[in-house]
Ligand binder design. Structure first.
Ligand SMILES: Cc1cc2nc3c(=O)[nH]c(=O)nc-3n(C[C@H](O)[C@H](O)[C@H](O)COP(=O)(O)O)c2cc1C
Length: 367
């Protein structure tokens, strides 16, 4: 199985299944001298942790991270950083019903068809348990991009049909986002979302929604032509997360019905710097950061594993029904938010380092 590594200079490789012993990540390419502690990584993992509120899965995992290598006396050494998060609460018996039967909407069928042998316990490698490794690595990446003054924040903006009023990411902090279990900084909308999630869960069903992710104070110039555009790498980062079905940035799909004159953001000079009056381009032009906030919207599907009966087939091709026992999130948004932040931090850390290389060309041609 390939496809377990991500990034070019700041590069991560992850390993681990839902019900295996642990999830691990190796980070290569992190510069030496970056201060990082176990506690800083743990803060981020605690936001993704299962069982953190009444509307997330009740699987109990402490998600305690161990730094195995690459950090000495509180700073990175420049060698590869290995992080490990042990799995504790694996009830494999919960999953015996999916050994021979495919869950609609999950990866059981495609893994079986592709490999002919799969770790069916909790979905194995296809389980979102692997995102714990992304979040751990993302915490290191966040510290690195903070050196350049970059901040990343994500929050829920839609659950089912309930949408929040427009949230200004420039004014949004973790404190506001984490004030409710839905992670929506519009507190009125959050109450409605939470109520809806509880109602739908009682019916044995689940809900999807939308997460907005913003990267602020990103310097001009991150992103490489042609295939490694910043927008392309961010889209890949988000689309690689389980349950993500759509990615858009800036005005997104709304541009389809705009005129060019409505869509373009006029350039202006503000405090001696080139800027744009509006930000329909979402902080990226030609796949290169423009200095304006990068704003993305990521759409997540409703959780596929449901306790109610669903029609399916078994591995012998016989029609059957499935009711998934196990413990599942009735809505994935609250736990997706920290994963989205981590993936954004990873992409920006990589492009920040890549940009240093491009910067040398700029200096050579302009001095
Ligand atoms: C944070 C997070 C938690 C998830 N938890 C569950 C879950 O409890 N039950 C489930 O069926 N799917 C869950 N998923 C989604 C599945 O992992 C995903 O739907 C599955 O791997 C199939 O991949 P696809 O939806 O990208 O096609 C979760 C996704 C994320 C991002």
């Amino acid at each position: 199985m390939s496809g377990n590594s991500f990034g070019s200079i700041f590069r991560i490789t992850t390993a681990g299944e839902s019900h295996g012993r642990a999830n691990v990540v190796i980070i290569d390419g992190c510069p030496a001298g970056l201060p990082i502690s176990q506690a800083e990584i743990q803060v981020e993992l605690d936001r993704r942790r299962p069982g953190q509120s009444s509307i997330t899965t009740q699987r109990k995992e402490a998600d305690k991270v161990e730094i195995l290598s690459g950090v000495f006396e509180g700073k990175t050494t420049g060698s590869s950083i290995a992080l490990m998060i042990a799995n504790q609460d694996q009830r494999s018996a919960d999953y015996s019903e999916i050994k021979d039967v495919y869950r609609p909407g999950h990866a059981d069928y495609t893994y079986q068809a592709k490999y002919g042998h799969r770790d069916y316990r909790g979905g194995g490698r296809a389980s979102a348990r692997e995102t714990v490794a992304r979040v751990a690595a993302g915490a290191v990446a966040r510290k690195l991009i903070a050196v350049a003054g970059i901040r990343v924040v994500a929050y829920t903006v839609q659950v089912g049909d309930i949408k929040s009023v427009t949230v200004d990411p420039l004014q949004t902090t973790w404190h506001e986002v984490d004030q409710n279990p839905v992670r929506c900084p519009d507190q009125d909308a959050a109450k409605k979302m939470e109520k809806l999630i509880k109602e739908v869960r009682k019916q044995g069903d689940s809900l999807g929604g939308v997460c907005e992710v913003a990267a602020l104070d990103v310097p001009v110039g991150l992103g490489e032509p042609v295939f490694d555009k910043l927008k392309a790498d961010l889209a890949k980062a988000m689309m690689s997360v389980p349950a993500v079905l759509a990615f858009e940035y800036g005005a997104g799909t709304a541009v389809a019905s705009m005129r060019g004159s409505e869509c373009n953001d006029p350039f202006v000079v503000q405090e001696g710097e080139v800027s744009t009056e509006s930000n329909r381009h979402g902080g990226m032009l030609g796949g290169i950061s423009s200095g304006m906030p990068i704003r993305m919207r990521v759409t997540i599907k409703p959780t596929s594993s449901l306790p109610i009966s669903q029609r399916t087939v078994d591995i012998h091709g016989q029609a059957t029904e499935i009711r998934t026992k196990g413990r599942h999130d009735p809505c994935l948004l609250p736990r997706f938010v920290p994963v989205a932040e981590a993936m954004t931090c990873l992409v920006l850390a990589d492009h920040l380092l890549r940009h240093r290389v491009s910067r040398i060309s700029y200096l050579l041609t302009n001095t």
